[in-house]
Design a protein around this ligand. Structure first.
Ligand SMILES: [Zn+2]
Length: 440
C-alpha cells in the first residue's frame, strides 16, 4: 500500500518533547505513521497527498468509562454514590440485555468519536457486545470485563468461573492490531474482597493484561473492608495481596493518604482521574498535584455517562487542571500542556498502550483535526497561547475530522461509521424500558 501524505497547517504531536510543527507533513501507511516532520524536510514520495488546514493532534484517550450507561443518562442525579448505585443504577443495569449494551455502546462510541476520543477503556459486563459495537464504530477499545460480587461471587457462582471466562475472552478477542485490547475489570476491593482481587491479579499478570479497578472513590466505601484487615487502608490491603504487581489502572483514587500515594508510585499504579464524575457525585477532589510530583501516571476518564453526564473528555482536560489549581491554591500545579498530555500520551501509558497517544513514527495514525478558524484560537500570538487555547478554549465542537488507524471515521462533524439516528431511536426505547421495568 502506497499510503497518504497529509500536509498539515499545525501539527501538535504530543511526543516526549511536545513538538509542535507548523507546515508539517505526516506519512500514513497501513494505518501507521511512517514519517513526520516539517513539510520542507519531507522525503520525495509517490503517496497520495492531502492538505489539511487547521490543527491536527492525537486522538483523545478516555481511560475510564462504562459507556452503555448512555441508556441511564440523567438518572439518579442528586444521590450519593452508594444510594445512586443501589437505588437507580444497579436496578436498571440488572435488566439490561446484551443488545441493550450493544446499542448503548454504539451510541456512546459515536458520541466519543465525534468529540475526538479515539480510544476508550471500558469496564462493563456484556463484553462481547461492547467489543462488537466498538469495532463496528471504529473506536479503539481496551475492554476490561467487569467482575461484581452480586453477579460473579454469589452462592451459586465462584469468582474463579468469571476470571476463567475473562481469560478465555482475552484469548479470543485480544488483538491490538485490530484495536482491541482485553484486561480485567474487578469492580472494587470493597465489593469483592481482597482474596478475589488477588486471584484476578494473578490471572491478569499471567496474560500480561491490564487490571482496571475502582479505588477510594468515596471517603467511607472501604471502611468495612479496612475493619476486617485491622484498619489497614484499601491500598495497603491490595498491595499486600500482590494485586499491584502487574499493570494496574486505579480509577478515581480520591481518598488516599500520602503513604497510599507513595505505594502507587512504588508499584507504578496508574490513575484514571475522573474530575467531573467526582464532582457530580460529590465524591471529592483527587490530589493530582502530589500524584504527579511522585511520578504517578495520571490519565483522564469521563466515567459512565450517567455520572458525568457526557462523554466529553475536553471537559476533563479543562477541569482537571482548574480543580487542581483551586484545591492546591497553586496556579503552577498543572498547565495546559500537562492537561493535553493527560488526555493523550499519559492516557496511553496508563492503559499499557505503547503505540498510540502521540503522533510519532511507528504509532497508529489515531488523530483528530480542530478548526483553527474559530474564535477559540484567535489571536494565539505565540505557541504557548495556542496550547492554552487547545486545553481551555477549544472543546469538542471544534473537532471536525477523526481518523483511527488512518481510517477516517468522522468527516466534517459527521460520524461515518454509526447510523446515529437508528442508535438514538434504539437507546430511547431501551432506556425507557429499563426505567419502567425497574420502577426507578
Ligand atoms: Zn467507574
Amino acid at each position: 500500500m502506497v499510503g497518504i501524505r497529509y500536509f498539515v497547517e499545525v501539527l501538535v504531536t504530543c511526543d516526549e518533547n511536545f513538538t509542535v510543527i507548523r507546515d508539517a507533513a505526516i506519512d500514513v501507511e497501513d494505518g501507521q505513521i511512517k514519517w513526520v516532520g516539517a513539510e520542507k524536510d519531507a522525503p520525495a514520495t509517490s503517496k497520495k497527498e492531502i492538505r489539511i488546514n487547521g490543527l491536527v493532534m492525537p486522538g483523545l484517550i478516555n481511560a475510564h468509562a462504562h459507556t452503555p450507561m448512555t441508556l441511564l443518562r440523567g438518572s439518579g442525579d442528586g444521590l450519593p454514590l452508594m444510594r445512586w448505585l443501589t437505588e437507580v443504577m444497579w436496578p436498571r443495569e440488572g435488566l439490561m440485555t446484551p443488545s441493550d449494551a450493544y446499542w448503548g455502546m454504539t451510541l456512546g462510541s459515536a458520541e466519543m468519536l465525534s468529540s475526538g476520543i479515539t480510544t476508550t477503556c471500558e469496564m462493563y459486563i456484556h463484553e462481547e457486545q461492547l467489543v462488537e459495537a466498538a469495532t463496528k464504530a471504529g473506536i479503539r477499545i481496551v475492554m476490561t470485563p467487569g467482575i461484581l460480587s452480586v453477579l460473579h461471587a454469589d452462592s451459586n457462582q465462584s469468582a474463579q468461573q468469571r476470571i476463567d471466562e475473562i481469560a478465555d475472552f482475552h484469548r479470543m478477542y485480544n488483538n491490538p492490531q485490530k484495536a482491541v485490547t482485553v484486561g480485567f475489570g474487578p469492580h472494587s476491593a470493597y465489593d469483592l474482597g481482597a482474596a478475589i482481587c488477588a486471584e484476578v491479579g494473578v490471572a491478569a499478570r499471567d496474560l500480561d493484561a491490564l487490571l482496571h479497578i475502582h479505588i477510594a472513590e468515596t471517603a467511607n466505601e472501604g471502611s468495612e473492608l479496612e475493619r476486617l484487615h485491622d484498619g489497614l487502608s484499601t491500598v495497603r490491603i491490595l498491595g499486600e495481596s500482590t494485586v499491584f504487581e502487574g499493570n494496574v489502572l486505579a480509577a478515581h483514587s480520591v481518598w488516599l493518604t500520602r503513604a497510599d500515594l507513595a505505594a502507587y508510585a512504588n508499584y507504578d499504579v496508574a490513575v484514571a482521574h475522573c474530575p467531573l464524575s467526582n464532582m457530580k457525585l460529590g465524591s471529592g477532589v483527587a490530589d493530582i498535584k502530589t500524584m504527579r510530583e511522585l511520578g504517578i501516571t495520571v490519565a483522564l476518564g469521563t466515567d459512565g455517562p450517567a455520572s458525568n453526564d457526557s462523554l466529553d473528555l475536553w471537559q476533563e482536560m479543562k477541569i482537571a487542571p482548574l480543580l487542581s489549581r483551586v484545591s492546591s491554591l497553586d496556579v503552577t500545579t498543572l498547565d495546559a500542556k500537562d492537561a493535553i498530555c493527560m488526555a493523550t500520551r499519559d492516557g496511553a501509558k496508563a492503559l499499557g498502550l505503547t503505540d498510540v497517544g502521540s503522533l510519532k513514527v511507528g504509532n497508529w495514525a489515531d488523530m483528530i483535526r480542530l478548526d483553527l478558524e474559530d474564535s477559540a484560537f484567535i489571536p494565539a500570538t505565540k505557541e504557548s497561547e495556542l496550547i492554552s487555547n487547545i486545553a481551555f478554549a477549544a472543546g469538542r465542537r471544534l473537532v471536525s475530522d477523526v481518523w483511527v488507524k488512518g481510517e477516517r471515521v468522522v468527516s466534517d462533524h459527521q460520524c461515518l461509521t454509526v447510523d446515529e439516528h437508528r442508535a438514538r431511536t434504539e437507546c430511547k426505547a431501551r432506556g425507557l424500558r429499563l426505567a419502567q421495568e425497574s420502577g426507578t
